[in-house]
Design a protein around this ligand. Structure first.
Ligand code: ATP
Ligand code: MG
Length: 575
């Protein structure tokens, strides 16, 4: 999918544009299907940081709720303690707030429903719909069958209810070793849908949980937990990605197998007079973007193997990384709205994301000057230091002005100077003139070299009649940026290129995506100089550095002595 071929399903005449989920919700409201309520949830597993794909799900879930005066919960889907941690919980909460969303009430955890989940397990056993199975994981796999062959019933499938209740209680008490047995739903080993072949509901794991500590040694599976957690929270619309489509029959089977009144009594709606209606799962396509991997497993690998500098490395497509890179929350929300929501998988062109970012920064980032590759120049006839007042944004008077010191020693960018004039080169040449942005026209009179023969210093004269005025009798076309050499603030600047060299690092043909990392994804420039206004602790963090692009101060790595700026994105698409 590219900018021009937006999915049909996401097209519509209203703003915000309609999509099939908005339609479903509107229809449910019109038909009073959930007693007029809209309650969604965002259910991350705290086993990594959120990435740009999650932003789509967050915008959708929180957006649908907000548009319909509904509510959206944040629920940690925390049933795999070995892979989860409090660090991830904290980062996820922080990222969601940064993106601009507030969850309804307290943060929820599936783990806080462990007791209810256990009691529902007992209920299923009592109804003859679940049993304790002693098959090992390998045996269970063999019994499960394949896509073409039906599975076989477990030899433990016909255990009595009393025996199952006894065994399940002893599983909880910690009597059995990891993997010794599991609780399984009794559905249909011949079902064409493998998810329905007596799926595991509980497994034994003697492991500490980041929320419940050592209270439990049996943990419910995702499929079992998710639907019941939704039901407990009174979720109306359970929105998830397409890979769960085949799990929907199980989602419905579990909820429909339980006594509805017992679910209501366990739920947030226990005291409510509203009719209790079970949640409904609806799937949508995952967001995929070219030149990027979205998948926590791969991102985790990059972090764990030190291939990037952490989850918040500005090259990472994580929300933490993108934020540090200078992505704005508004640009991500706009992007998510513009890609729409559809039921068919497609890949979005990264230029769409970059477009949303540039659009936001162009209208909101103050302008400033920073010289990335400094070349010293002396303004030989400048009578003394002066203070210029420059507008922060060319189109937005309301963004105010800043003071920019012009001193006799300045720096310009090496790339803005050539000794000889060349066709098409409109910047400074020896003997030629150029305008310093927001200041005077200068002429280069002399070039000095260092011992190695490198150009080291320019001597320039200022046409003092050209402040805010064209020079008399001649045209000076070029304008370059500059910074006072004595009052500018040293900075190191990180330039970024794509993290991957190929368009589809996640494609099936790729054997090892790590071999596709771009070795030049990070370039660090030392000794850059930034104008004082952009370096002050009280200034904005993100700027358009004139003629260079958008940059943001790295608040983690900047110190009192040295500023660090991360390049957010170039001024225009370069790839
Ligand atoms: P990953 O594939 O990165 O491990 P996940 O689905 O396992 O993602 P969860 O923490 O379970 O990660 O995701 C929380 C929610 O975000 C789920 O509802 C999931 O469907 C949704 N989500 C995850 N990845 C994407 C994506 N690329 N696009 C849209 N929604 C996503
Ligand atoms: Mg998941």
């Amino acid at each position: 999918m590219t900018n021009s071929s937006k999915s049909k399903e996401s097209e519509g005449s209203d703003a915000p544009s309609s999509n099939f989920i908005r339609h479903i919700v509107a229809e449910d409201l019109a038909n009073d299907r959930h007693a007029g309520r809209v309650h969604t949830r965002f259910p991350p597993e705290p086993n990594g940081y959120l990435h740009i794909g999650h932003a789509k799900s967050i915008c959708l879930n929180f957006g649908i709720a907000a548009e319909n005066n509904g509510q959206c919960n944040l629920r940690f889907d925390d049933t795999n303690p070995e892979k989860e941690s409090q660090e991830f919980v904290d980062a996820i909460k922080d990222n969601i707030n940064w993106l601009g969303f507030n969850w309804s009430g307290d943060v929820r955890y599936s783990s806080s429903y462990f007791e209810q989940l256990y009691q529902f397990g007992v209920q299923l056993i009592e109804k003859g719909l679940a049993y304790v199975c002693d098959l090992s994981a390998d045996e269970a796999r063999e019994f499960r069958g394949t896509l073409t062959d039906a599975g076989r019933n477990s030899p433990y499938r016909e255990r009595s209810i009393a025996e199952n209740l006894n065994l399940f209680a002893r599983m909880r008490e910690g009597e059995f070793a990891d993997g010794a047995c599991s609780l399984r739903a009794k559905i249909d080993m011949a079902s064409p849908n493998i998810n329905m072949r007596d799926p595991v509901l509980y497994r034994i794991r003697h492991i500490r949980h980041h929320q419940t500590g050592d209270a439990w040694c049996i943990y419910p599976t995702y499929d079992y937990t998710h639907c019941i957690s939704d039901a407990i929270e009174g979720i109306t619309h359970s929105l998830c990605t397409l890979e769960f489509e085949d799990h929907r029959p199980l989602y419905d089977w579990i909820l429909n197998s339980l006594d509805l009144n017992s679910i209501k009594q366990a739920s947030d709606l226990a005291e409510s007079d509203l009719p209790y209606v079970l949640p409904k799962q609806t799937e949508f396509a995952k967001l995929k973007i070219n030149y990027t991997v979205v998948g926590k497993r791969k991102l985790k690998q990059l972090v764990d193997e030190g291939l990037v500098q952490g989850w918040d490395d500005p090259r990472m497509p994580t929300l933490a990384g993108m934020r540090r890179r200078g992505y704005t929350a508004a640009s991500l929300r706009n992007f998510c709205e513009s890609v729409g929501v559809a039921r068919s998988e497609s890949q979005v062109d990264i230029s769409m994301l970059e477009h949303a970012l540039r659009e936001d920064l162009d209208s909101n980032a103050p302008r400033a000057m920073c010289v990335l590759r400094p070349l010293k120049a002396t303004l030989t006839n400048l009578p003394g230091p002066i203070e210029l007042s420059l507008q922060n944004h060319p189109k937005k008077e309301e963004m105010g002005h800043r003071t920019v010191p012009l001193t006799s020693e300045i720096v310009i960018d090496r790339d803005d100077f050539r000794e000889e004039s060349e066709p098409g080169f409109k910047r400074l040449v020896n003997g030629g003139e150029v305008r310093l942005r927001g200041a005077y026209v200068i002429r280069c009179d002399e070039v000095e070299r260092d011992a190695q023969g490198e150009i080291a210093h320019l001597k320039c004269s200022v046409d003092l009649a050209t402040l805010g005025k064209n020079p008399e009798g001649r045209k000076v076309k070029g304008v370059i940026h500059w910074v006072s050499a004595t009052q500018g603030v040293p900075a190191s600047v990180r330039l970024y290129d794509r993290l991957f060299t190929v368009e589809n690092p996640e494609s099936k043909e790729v054997v090892d995506f790590r071999t596709l990392l771009n070795p030049d994804s990070l370039t660090v420039l030392e000794g850059c100089l930034v104008e004082p206004a952009a370096a002050s602790p009280s200034s904005a963090l993100s700027f358009q550095f004139e003629r260079e692009g958008y940059f943001t101060r790295d608040t983690l790595d900047s110190t009192d002595d040295k500023l660090v700026f991360n390049q957010t994105i170039g001024l225009r698409a370069s790839h």
